[in-house]
Design a protein around this ligand. Structure first.
Ligand SMILES: C[S@@+](CC[C@H](N)C(=O)[O-])C[C@H]1O[C@@H](n2cnc3c(N)ncnc32)[C@H](O)[C@@H]1O
Length: 297
């Protein structure tokens, strides 16, 4: 898979990231990198190219230290025999970058087009929204604030609706953050003041999502490639900046499952650099940049 290795036995090359070489840095050779990449592929379907060697080295060096291991060779042996550490390694190699109202055109579309449809549906049916690959919850709480609106009053339609937001991620620590809904002042900066004033409460130097927002959200650990727990169709799915980490086969498989889960007329929002491939593309209609709707039939 790769011929690259990051070694402690050579001086850092020009432009090489700090810490990639030097006396204290363990060796990440091609064999170890390939073994780690194979686990990521089989457990999370995350594709690690050779370009990720430095990232793997820096993220896992800490785990080596925690286990008192000097060599990646020993760490690979550990993850091959210890399921708990194997899961911890997968989590350590996920990228959890996110922010409130990321890709704001999705929220403009959600408010203007999806929400009127959801309000209509809520009169006679449960409404279900999924943030798949939710990271620390900024995405699902942005959706919640759109639904709650800009005044401190929960809108009447929402009070009487059976509406739930499901937020899932493979990484337990970010799922925990989603449940807590506590964010630093700098994290909250992208939130429009009207939403912040209505649905976030000051908590020391931080902010916590108001109880009304948290009450809408259920956060769970879920590997997207495991069986899904849902027993009913979903009206809206956000799966943004998650599929970029998967290979085409995994993307096509996942997208087909999303389309299957969506109710007719339901919406799928994907990340700015992503696109639908495989059978899902034929069953969904583009209705904005990286926004798709399932045919109403
Ligand atoms: C870059 S974040 C995206 C967060 C948010 N959706 C956004 O767009 O801001 C990607 C998230 O996908 C999660 N993830 C990666 N592989 C996954 C898998 N196989 N199953 C579930 N979640 C996964 C990661 O843990 C990470 O939190």
């Amino acid at each position: 898979m790769t011929s690259a290795s990051i070694s402690r036995s050579r001086p850092p090359a020009t432009g090489e990231p700090a810490g990639a070489a030097g006396a204290a840095s363990p060796v990440l050779g091609a064999a170890e990198f390939n073994a780690i990449a194979a686990i990521m592929q089989s457990d999370a379907r995350i594709h690690l190219s050779e370009a990720k060697t430095t990232l793997v080295h820096s993220r896992l060096s800490r785990r080596l230290r925690e286990h008192g291991l000097a060599e990646f060779r020993d760490y690979v042996r550990l993850v091959q025999s210890d399921a708990e550490e194997r899961a911890a390694m997968v989590v350590a190699l996920t990228t959890n970058h996110t922010h409130f109202f990321r890709e704001s055109h999705h929220f403009d579309h959600f408010r203007a087009t999806a929400m009127p449809w959801l309000q209509q549906r809520a009169r006679s049916a449960p409404v279900r929204i999924w943030s798949a690959g939710c990271s620390s919850g900024e995405e699902v709480h942005s959706i919640a604030m759109c639904l709650l609106g800009e005044s401190r009053q929960v809108p009447g339609w929402l009070r009487s609706a059976d509406l739930r937001l499901l937020a899932t991620d493979i990484a337990p620590h970010v799922v925990e953050s989603t449940s807590r809904g506590i964010y630093s002042a700098s994290t909250v900066e992208p939130v429009p003041a009207s939403y912040r004033d209505a649905w976030m409460r000051k908590m020391g130097a931080d902010y916590q999502m108001a109880a009304e927002a948290r009450a809408l959200v259920t956060a769970r650990v879920l590997n997207l490639f495991d069986p899904w727990p849902m027993r009913q169709s979903y009206d809206v799915i956000f799966c943004r900046n998650v599929m970029i980490y998967f290979d085409d086969r995994a993307k096509a498989e996942l997208e087909a499952r999303f389309v299957e889960l969506l109710a007719p007329g339901g919406y799928l929002y994907i990340g700015h650099s992503e696109r639908l491939i495989g059978p899902a593309a034929a069953r969904m209609q583009a209705c904005g940049h990286t926004i798709y709707q399932k045919a109403a039939t």
